[in-house]
Ligand binder design. Structure first.
Ligand code: NA7
Length: 655
């Protein structure tokens, strides 16, 4: 394991804590996650009575995952009392900078916070990274400093300034490698810059939706709003000095590999027309949810009113006297409808397929003030919460819920836990729609939970509450066509509206589209992928396309284990190691062998056979028209971490 590059503890004393009364401290600790306290207090004190507290499976889900927690209320009370005691004596000692405790204790500590006897030995480094003490843990650490002229002679183009592009840029800057970021939008943030529809917020817990580079921040909400996410990405750009490296409002059109110079020529279109850039390597940080999908519905162009996609919501739009149709009920539609219902005169929801909704108390609210107070005043509380959240989403707890059990027989579910989750979801639907039982069947999805993206909602006010409103109409008849005045369904009904919102998703299966990417011998990447959709070697490299690295490439969308940001960071470290190999050796290109590409993809095809998204009743961007997933990663996050930990140069050709 490499040494930790510890992030700074605040220099100044924690003034809020210094001013806190005993009562405030006692109150705040009641908002702490007891499992986080279990780890935190053990790490800081080494008190074995903390380690002796008992854990077991408990109810409670993050996105449908099973959970582990403290089973004895007396243990919870003990941890809260010890936490309060610790904070009071820390306050009385002046609340100055504090040491994180012995680093060799961390593996046991993290196991305690996770509720495991011990961490799997091979995964210890992964979890210490996730803990976020070292902001550069997933960056490039030169084993030997390269000659300055070698580094100076190397340049990189990063395509996209969203979550992945910002991290890549910060890492390149930290490593001293020259780079330019090309961004099609006027600002950073990618999908969060674009998706401004009412109700837009992240559907992964925010503590697991921040880079290790951002671990010093605590998110304001458990599920941050679009504006809060956008603020975070702006913060990353400023904190790491990235903005000056970004060419905004400029879209990459073609990328062509030139063998004789071993460089990429990138043609990009901006406000002043086309420009040509050259670099030794290209990092594609284009997102999965970046190209809106407009549905194939007849008459789309006939509508006389306002019509737009959720990712193209007009700024300042006033819908207060408008009848609005929403077509599509995936995550975007389900987030939009309850908020739109409050804004529009009338909302008509066109639902082709209902989705499984997972409720959370406080999904729509910021963290309680006490939880934020703990983040600011309890040393390392954000780190433990970050770790806990990633752990709950991670491979040991969430992985099994995404697997088909071939021996499990049930007409609707694919494993015992899948059935349990389905039954609970149906109970939730029945409870919510008790006053309108005729709606219940319409809201039960035909596919098993997790065969499509689970949709996170607020327990109190969500899609089910919205469709009960007098000013909301749910239409489940198929759409026949769009007309001059609205939407006609196959039963012949005309639904007259003033505006149509297409909540119809993204072209997630068309990796790198609409860019033209030409590799060795002028071969187009889309030609290479024409047989059954995009593929890559561990999500990052494509044979025949040397020095091209993908950050959120084919099959990199986590499915049952860790989150998008983790995968992107792992991919970035991998590609930085490839780039450093070129810089250190003075060689000019790195490509993956066909054999390694296919070996990986054969394993991937084999592994996905038992994933619930393969259920034939499911229809979503989780599977393409060839029946395979181009988006989802069937390998658990810890396995991907090992695959991406460092390049296996036996699979690569460096020339
Ligand atoms: P999704 O999840 O791809 O959902 C798209 C929705 O649009 C879904 O309800 C589709 O119904 C519907 N759709 C698409 N085409 C049509 C046509 N032709 N007619 C009627 N309905 C249609 O996109 P989202 O934007 O909601 O979510 C994308 C990601 O953002 C999500 O995974 C989260 O990570 C955040 P269908 O189910 O195909 O019947």
């Amino acid at each position: 394991m490499r040494p930790l590059n510890l992030g700074a503890e605040p220099e100044s004393a924690r003034t809020e804590l210094l001013e806190a009364t005993d009562e405030q401290i006692d109150d705040a600790v009641t908002y702490a996650d007891p499992m986080a306290l279990r780890g935190l207090l053990y790490q800081l004190t080494g008190d074995e009575s903390i380690a002796a507290t008992k854990v077991g499976s408990v109810r409670g889900y993050v996105g449908g995952n099973l959970s582990v927690g403290l089973t004895d209320p007396a243990d919870v009370a003990l941890l809260r009392a010890k936490a309060a005691q610790f904070l009071k004596s820390y306050r009385d000692s002046g609340a100055g900078p504090i040491d994180p405790g012995p680093l060799e204790r961390l593996p046991r500590t993290l196991a305690l916070a996770g509720g495991m006897e011990q961490l799997p030995e091979d995964d210890v480094e992964l979890w210490i990274e996730e803990f976020g003490l070292d902001p550069w843990a997933r960056g490039l650490s030169w084993e030997q400093p390269p000659a300055p002229e070698r580094v100076e002679g190397f340049s990189v183009i990063v395509v996209g300034a969203g979550m992945g592009g910002l991290n890549a840029a910060a890492q390149l800057k930290h490593a001293g490698i020259s780079f330019t970021v090309i961004e099609k939008n006027a600002g950073v943030g990618g999908t969060w810059f674009e998706n401004r529809y009412p109700g837009a917020r992240v559907d992964s817990p925010s503590r697991a939706y921040m880079h290790i580079l951002g671990a010093e921040l605590d998110p304001p909400s458990p599920w941050c709003t679009r504006a809060e996410n956008q603020r975070y990405f702006n913060w990353v750009a400023d904190r790491y000095g990235i903005r000056e490296h970004v060419v905004f409002d400029t879209e990459v059109v073609t990328m062509t590999w030139h063998e004789e110079t071993a460089t990429w020529e990138v043609v990009a279109k901006g406000p002043d027309g086309e420009r040509v850039l050259r670099a030794n390597a290209v990092i594609s940080a284009v997102g999965l949810l970046s190209r809106p999908n407009l549905p194939q519905i007849e008459g789309l162009g006939d509508f006389a009113g306002l019509a737009f996609h959720t990712a193209r919501w007009p700024d300042g739009l006033d819908l207060s006297d408008k009848r609005v149709a929403v077509i599509g009920t995936g995550c975007s539609g389900v987030q939009l409808v309850p908020e739109l219902a409050k804004l529009a005169a009338h909302t008509t929801v066109f639902q082709r397929t209902p989705q499984w909704l997972f409720e959370h108390d406080g999904y729509l609210s910021p963290f309680p003030a006490q939880a934020t107070w703990l983040d600011h005043n309890f040393p390392f509380h954000p780190n433990f919460m970050r770790f806990r959240t990633n752990w709950l989403l991670g491979p040991y707890l969430s992985g099994p819920t995404r697997e088909i059990d071939p021996d499990f027989e049930d007409p609707y579910a694919r494993s015992a836990v899948n059935k349990q989750i389905r039954d609970e979801r149906i109970e939730f639907i029945k409870k919510k729609l008790a006053s309108r039982p005729e709606l219940i069947d319409k809201m039960i999805p035909p596919h098993p939970p997790f065969s499509t993206r689970p949709v996170q909602v607020d327990s109190g006010y969500n899609m089910y509450d919205a469709i009960l409103r007098d000013d909301v109409t749910l239409i489940t008849e198929r759409i026949e066509r769009v007309t001059l005045t609205g939407v006609r369904t196959v039963d012949g009904a005309d639904h007259h509206v003033d505006a149509i919102v297409y909540a119809t998703g993204f072209r997630a299966n068309e990796c790198l589209w609409p860019m033209e990417v030409l590799g060795r011998g002028g071969r187009s990447v889309h030609d290479l992928w024409s047989k059954d959709g995009p593929r890559a070697y561990i999500g990052v490299m494509v044979p025949g396309f040397p020095n091209l690295f993908l950050i959120y490439g084919p099959n990199m969308n986590p499915y049952g284990g860790l989150g998008v940001v983790n995968h992107e960071e792992m991919a970035t470290r991998f590609l930085l190691d490839c780039i450093s190999e070129l810089i250190l050796t003075g060689k000019s290109s790195v490509d993956v062998t066909e054999q390694a590409y296919w070996r990986y993809n054969d394993q991937l095809d084999e592994r996905e056979k038992f994933k619930i998204y393969k259920d034939p009743r499911a229809n979503s961007y989780y599977r393409n028209e060839h029946g395979r997933s181009v988006t989802n990663c069937p390998f658990p996050g810890n396995e991907m971490w090992h695959r991406l930990r460092r390049p296996d140069f036996g699979d690569l050709i460096v020339t």
